[in-house]
Design a protein around this ligand. Sequence first.
Ligand SMILES: Cc1cc2nc3c(=O)[nH]c(=O)nc-3n(C[C@H](O)[C@H](O)[C@H](O)COP(=O)(O)O)c2cc1C
Length: 208
Amino acid sequence: MIIEDFHWRYATKSFDPGKTVGESHLQILKDALRLSPSSFGLQPWKFIFISDASTKGKLFPVSWGNKQVQDCSHLVVMCSPLSLGDADVDKLLALAESATGANESGLLKYAQIMKDFLSNLDEAQKQRWMSEQIHIALGFLMAAAAQIKVDTCPMGGFLSEEYDKILNLKEKGLRSVVLCALGYRDEADKYAHAPKLRFKESDVIESL
Ligand SMILES: Cc1cc2nc3c(=O)[nH]c(=O)nc-3n(C[C@H](O)[C@H](O)[C@H](O)COP(=O)(O)O)c2cc1C
């Protein structure tokens, strides 16, 4: 049951560095990322899976002491493109045409709405909008991982500009937004048994 999985999961502080997420589970997690929804379906993201110990070692000193970066099996660096515009809309349009055979004029109208929406955002607004989409994918990733008993830790505590330099992201047209460590909890991690701190349903949900 998904709610049991959500009780099971927690933001893992200590990973067992000797345990690796296997290929079949990695594939499920990659599929979950790819199937995440995004505004207009524009998918303004790229996800970099890092298992290489020396790369993780370089990233750790610029990760606000989050040792999960080093000890996890795979660190997912969730990135947004540096720019997003007409060419990206056209790429989605081409995919929609080939996948659905939909009427071209309807699609063109929809594409124009997307282009207008993007061109009305300044760079900071656009980055924020992309970051919002990427955080939806982060939620999907963690939810999928919980269902297959892979531990995760979402992390905003890192120096994004340093990550971008170490991973040569600018050259790839990318910027790091948020991280997610994947792996298996160290059985001694005391946070695994900490109570879930959640406000009461009546505090956060209103039914009209
Ligand atoms: C966007 C985001 C960024 C976070 N950044 C960090 C982080 O840098 N380091 C960390 O240990 N936990 C981080 N967390 C984990 C939260 O502290 C944790 O999810 C929250 O306290 C709820 O606890 P739970 O996930 O164990 O249920 C982050 C969570 C989110 C959603």
